[in-house]
Write a protein that binds this ligand. Structure first.
Ligand SMILES: [Zn+2]
Length: 187
């Protein structure tokens, strides 16, 4: 998540730059897809990730996981949500990733300047007041990214559903330098 202003600078080949004028943003993306498919050839890959790793990360638009981690198509499973929080649904995906598709390692990535740092659980109360219904999910807001990474590692490590919990590592990505900083798990 991001609370900062959108940066106009982007890759020259992005959908925004190459799109014809007019149309919705989705129209632009679909147009970009036709150009992508023109150059695409079936790599003949299996669904099982080559590196046998699953990456859980925030959905933040500034975090390019493939670029930041040197990942190629087919290398990993990517599981993203607001904050990169290990929710029940992330555990669901990790369980399928390990038990059905052969991954063994888990990498957790939060980042600096995350939108979740500006929220509190009051967000749920405000939603309830506005729409008359409280969401079943927690906001999972946090003020200390390091501590939240440790909590996320602990949630993965203690899940009864996962087969492999011996290679779980957590990081904070700095959106200004592009560098990962590793977080040591709680002892
Ligand atoms: Zn974020």
């Amino acid at each position: 998540m991001s609370t900062s202003a959108h940066s106009p600078a982007g890759p020259a080949s992005s959908a925004a730059d190459a799109a014809p004028s007019g149309g919705s943003v989705t129209d632009r993306l679909v147009e970009a897809n036709t150009r992508y498919a023109d150059k695409f050839s079936d790599p003949g890959m299996d669904a099982r990730p080559v590196l046998r790793v699953a990456v859980v990360a925030c959905m933040d638009a500034r975090l390019d996981l493939h670029g930041a981690l040197g990942l190629e198509l087919g290398d990993c499973h990517t599981i993203r949500n607001a904050g990169g929080v290990v929710t029940d649904d992330v555990i669901r995906s990790l369980t399928i990733s390990q038990r059905a598709l052969g991954t063994r390692s888990v990498i957790l990535i939060h980042h600096t300047n995350c939108g979740l740092e500006s929220l509190t659980e009051d967000f749920r109360q405000e939603l309830e007041r506005e729409v008359g219904q409280r969401p079943v999910w927690a906001v999972e807001a946090y003020s200390d990214a390091d501590q939240d990474v440790r909590q996320s590692m602990q949630r993965v490590r203690t899940s009864p559903f996962l087969l492999h919990t011996d290679d779980i590592r957590g990081f904070v990505f700095d959106v200004t330098t592009g560098l990962l900083r590793e977080i040591q798990p709680a002892s």
